[in-house]
Design a protein around this ligand. Structure first.
Ligand code: HEC
Length: 460
């Protein structure tokens, strides 16, 4: 019995060794940088890890992995990060593999190769085995390519030494000189002007928080931008306070338009699922809150952006279809405040029938075990600073009918607004503080317009 088991195991080992050898799998031999590691780095890491790499809302990779000399000192850190699934940054659960267009994940064999490379001395190998150098677009500074228009908030601004968190709003205008006629927006990319920029909400263009990709709508989708549009730049600056930490900022945004005369079939709209009435008790490791919205027309879902602050733990969007079936649209089991990812469907989006309800469930960890928790003894409410919390589940979508223009939402009518806030978000306007009201209004506008101006607000 023992003996046959031993033989079986031995035979199995031999078989798998033969299999590995046949597939020339780098997870068993000694992988080399040039033959095995560089291709993985090129395809999955260099978009950020290169000089002038992607700047995702201020998240800039601090080291390049384009050559052996650059990558070698980081071999063990690379192994650690990919094994822990913290790099490349992507926080949707594996059940969504293949669902989103901007997915950043490695195959198990790729992880094994990187780990083994680090364990076997991180050797260079033969440079002749290297794939061709990967060419990155000449750096015009913008990931979206040549912009049609670059705007900023005018005068540069100095964030003082003693600042830890600062919120300040600047206003600039897209003048008729800059943009003589209404244009359909195709792409927007924000560029923080300094490392102290934490996030930017630039109404009505959208905004970025750490880890956001630039926005490029799929062909046929867009939002309309009118000349003389005022852009309000709500800046959040964040840094360690102290002598010499002050910094100048002039953040900017690059816009790309569809050609004049082209009208995209679909307007990109936004539906922010939100609540502000939660109260997270001190020490609670798993506080949960739920909110839902119903789509009353056939629609096409385009993507999701869950947003919480430092205590944010998980986010989950579930579709409840009119036929009674349910589907998990997005599950983010380990939410990371530093990576405010927009989970984006490939071209064509995801169709849902009229009557579909989308339910958002978010959880927070206010315990001392949460290393990001600024204060586990605090009762935490909705609020603007990162030390307070938020609950937003942005959903970008389009109506299923080409050319459909949503009815103008009259947010000028206070009674309608109050009713909407009550129904949709469980908010009682009359009992809210000035700060809360301002926050909600800014968020609603930012959300409705994220990632860009939608037609319904263009007549403001
Ligand atoms: C979307 C951009 C992006 C991609 C893609 C990406 N990284 Fe990173 N990486 C970053 C950023 C930003 C940091 C700095 C992290 C921080 O400041 O929290 C970082 C940090 C790291 C670190 C250093 C962590 C430490 O010890 O300080 C390693 C190692 C790393 N990345 C490896 C990888 C590898 C390997 C890949 C590809 C498999 C990859 N990254 C893909 C953006 C990226």
């Amino acid at each position: 019995m023992k003996r046959s088991l031993f033989l079986c195991v031995l035979f199995g080992l031999l078989l798998s060794a033969a299999g590995f050898a046949a597939a020339n799998d780098a997870t068993s031999g000694t992988p080399t940088f040039y033959a095995d590691v560089l291709p993985i780095l090129q395809n999955n890491c260099q978009v950020c890890h290169r000089s002038n790499g992607a700047n995702l809302g201020g998240m800039v990779a601090p080291m390049a992995f384009t050559s052996y000399q650059e990558a070698r000192p980081w071999a063990r850190a690379i192994a650690r990060q990919v094994e822990a699934r913290t790099m490349p940054p992507w926080h949707a659960s594996s059940e969504h593999a293949g669902t989103f267009a901007n997915e950043r994940t490695l195959a198990e064999t790729e992880i094994a190769t990187l780990v083994r490379w680090a364990k076997t001395g991180a050797v260079a190998g033969d440079a002749a085995d290297a794939p061709p150098l990967r060419e990155w677009p000449a750096n015009s500074g913008w990931t979206i390519g040549e912009p049609d228009l670059v705007i900023d908030f005018g005068e540069r601004y100095f964030v003082e030494d003693d600042v830890e968190d600062q919120y300040i709003t600047f206003t600039s205008t897209i003048t008729a000189e800059m943009m003589p006629e209404a244009r359909w927006l195709r792409s927007v990319e924000f560029r923080p002007g300094s490392s102290v920029v934490h996030h930017i909400i630039a109404r009505p263009l959208g905004g970025i928080a750490p880890g956001n990709d630039p926005t490029t709508f799929n062909e046929g989708y867009g939002t309309l931008l009118e000349p003389d549009t005022e852009v309000s730049w709500q800046m959040h600056y964040h840094k360690e306070p102290g002598e010499g930490t002050g910094a100048w900022d002039k953040s900017s945004a690059a816009l790309q338009f569809y050609p004049i005369g082209y009208t995209p079939d679909f307007r990109v709209l936004n539906n922010p699922l939100a609540r502000t009435d939660f109260e997270i008790p001190p020490g609670d490791a798993n506080y949960t809150s739920t909110v839902s919205t119903t789509f009353d027309r056939d629609s096409v879902l385009l993507g999701y952006t869950p947003h919480m602050h430092l205590r944010g733990k998980s986010a989950r969007y579930v579709a409840k279809y009119p036929d009674g079936t349910e589907e998990v649209l997005l599950n983010v089991p380990r939410y990371d405040f530093n990576w405010q990812t927009h989970y984006e469907y490939p071209a064509g989006g995801k169709s849902i029938p009229a009557g579909t309800e989308i339910e958002l469930t978010m959880t927070w960890d206010n315990s001392a075990d949460n290393v990001s928790n600024p204060d586990p003894t605090a009762t935490v409410h909705f609020g603007r600073p990162t030390t307070a919390e938020m609950m937003f589940g942005f959903v970008s979508y389009a109506d299923a009918e080409p050319g459909y223009v949503p009815p103008a939402r009259s947010s000028r009518d206070p009674e309608r607004l109050k009713k909407m806030l009550k129904e949709r978000f469980g908010l009682d306007w009359d009992t809210m503080s000035e700060d809360e009201r301002r926050e909600v209004m800014e968020r609603l506008r930012g959300a409705r317009n994220r990632p860009a101006a939608s037609g319904e607000t263009s007549g403001r």
